[in-house]
Design a protein around this ligand. Structure first.
Ligand code: LLP
Length: 424
């Protein structure tokens, strides 16, 4: 459920019309609903209320500081995968003791920064990384709390570019080798074994892959305990899909968090273990939209194009994963629907948000909203074609705030220099 609804025919974010926001900040822009962000975090936490898990919001999904601050207020920690994300989480006031550090390629500098901020856990993804972490910790007289991310070799459906739990994927350590690695880690003075971690992919629309993966890691927890390791934590990653509003025939609706929780309770409760989750999309995906204005309606030879002022640099999901995003005219339009290809101004054929999308007759100047754009939208945007990053706006009831402003062209080029030998 989200708070983007029509009032008097006009799409609103909570109590503010997107038309009013477009007039105030210009298009394109991202708009987030604070009530929706909070609601999703509460629904997630409530599903596991009895267990008091650490819900480490996955910063990569939407890393705006204002969004992170809301997560902190809701009691969440953070799942980070880079020094930059660690910086953001700390800036937003999230305590190191609630931060888990994931990712296959942590640098020694990043490990040192994470140790200095007292992170809750490193999710270690290879033997080489274990050695590096041990070394960094010893050099700082610290002990790094660790879990190994195990790769359960489970196919999680979804798009191949966001599936992570198959043996051929780069992620995690083979679950068949995990016991040897734990035995090695137990001999190291710079690391302390705390738990087991697994994350199998994203936008997972069914429970079965989670079930297979979680049963495997539960078996591993039992085996590791039998080997004498004190396994007190189980990090089950993120990945729960969200409805993108695809019409019948497309991807179905994903499971409700309560059903996901039911499955986990059945598998994990007997282990008597502290659970950690790293949800991203589930929290922010449907809490955000990208609002764009129609520049031109172009009658092509074969089809009709809606050329809008947002482009693949602002929201790359359709181009990168063939992802479906609902598109809604901000103001209701009269007339029979007709199919439009909705494209941006970038010089690439792939700069297309939707193919043959049925919409009422649209004209230049109309506003459209790309729905479900709160996760991996702004976070994956770039300045390709020298298009500055678009603003992000947060709505709270009848109030709104620009939580990232539109930069000037001069800011876009501020870090660039001619080489000295050219400036004479
Ligand atoms: N934990 C780890 C270790 C992850 O790699 C990810 C996402 C998450 C948690 C959060 O997963 P979520 O709950 O959001 O599914 N850019 C792609 C999605 C990439 C996901 C990468 N890892 C997209 O736009 O669909």
């Amino acid at each position: 459920m989200h708070h983007f609804e029509r009032r008097d025919g006009v799409l609103h974010a909570e109590a503010i019309s997107l038309e009013r926001l477009a007039a105030a900040v210009g298009t394109p822009f991202y708009c987030y609903s604070e009530a929706t962000l909070r609601r999703h975090m509460r629904v997630f936490k409530a599903a596991f209320a009895d267990l008091d898990p650490l819900v480490a919001y996955s910063v990569k999904a939407n890393s705006n500081l204002a969004v992170l601050a809301i997560m902190r207020e809701e009691g969440a920690g953070a799942d980070v995968v880079s020094g930059g994300e660690l910086y953001r989480a700390l800036e937003a006031g999230i305590a190191g003791s609630k931060i888990v550090f994931s990712g296959v390629g942590k640098t020694k500098e990043e490990m040192a920064a994470a140790l200095d901020s007292g992170v809750f856990q490193f999710n270690v993804e290879s033997e080489n990384e274990l050695d590096a972490l041990n070394e960094v910790a010893l050099s700082r007289s610290a002990v790094a709390p660790i879990a190994f991310r195990v790769n359960p070799d489970v196919s999680a459906g979804g798009h191949e570019k966001i599936s992570t739990g198959k043996a051929e994927d780069k992620f995690g350590v083979a679950w068949t080798r995990a016991r040897d690695l734990y035995a090695r880690a137990a001999t190291m003075k710079g690391v302390a074994i705390k738990g087991v971690d697994v994350h199998i992919g994203s936008q997972i629309a069914e429970l079965a892959p989670f079930e297979r993966a979680f049963e495997r890691v539960a078996d591993l927890v039992r085996a590791l305990r039998a080997d004498g390791h004190a396994i007190e934590r189980l990090d089950l990653g993120g990945g729960l899909g969200i409805p993108y509003g695809e019409p019948a025939g497309g991807a179905g609706d994903p499971p409700h968090p309560d059903d996901y929780a039911g499955l986990i309770l059945r598998i994990a409760a007997p282990l008597d273990i502290r659970l950690i989750f790293e949800p991203g999309r589930m929290i922010v995906g449907n809490a955000g939209v990208l609002v764009s204005r129609v520049l031109y309606v172009k009658e092509g030879e074969a089809k009709k194009f809606l050329i809008v002022d947002a482009a693949m640099n602002d929201l790359i999901r359709p181009a990168l994963y063939d992802a479906y995003h609902g598109v809604k005219p901000v103001a209701l339009r009269e007339g029979d629907s007709e199919p439009y290809d909705i494209v941006g101004p970038i010089c690439e054929t792939g700069d297309r948000f939707a193919r043959a999308r049925p919409l009422p007759p649209m004209k230049a100047g109309d506003l459209v909203a790309f729905m479900s754009a709160g996760a991996y939208g702004a976070a994956q945007s770039s300045q390709y074609n020298s298009r500055p990053l678009v603003p992000e706006v947060l709505v709270n009831g009848e109030r709104f705030a620009i939580i990232r402003r539109r930069p000037a062209f001069s800011e876009m080029t501020a870090a660039e220099r001619n080489p000295e030998w050219k400036s004479a």
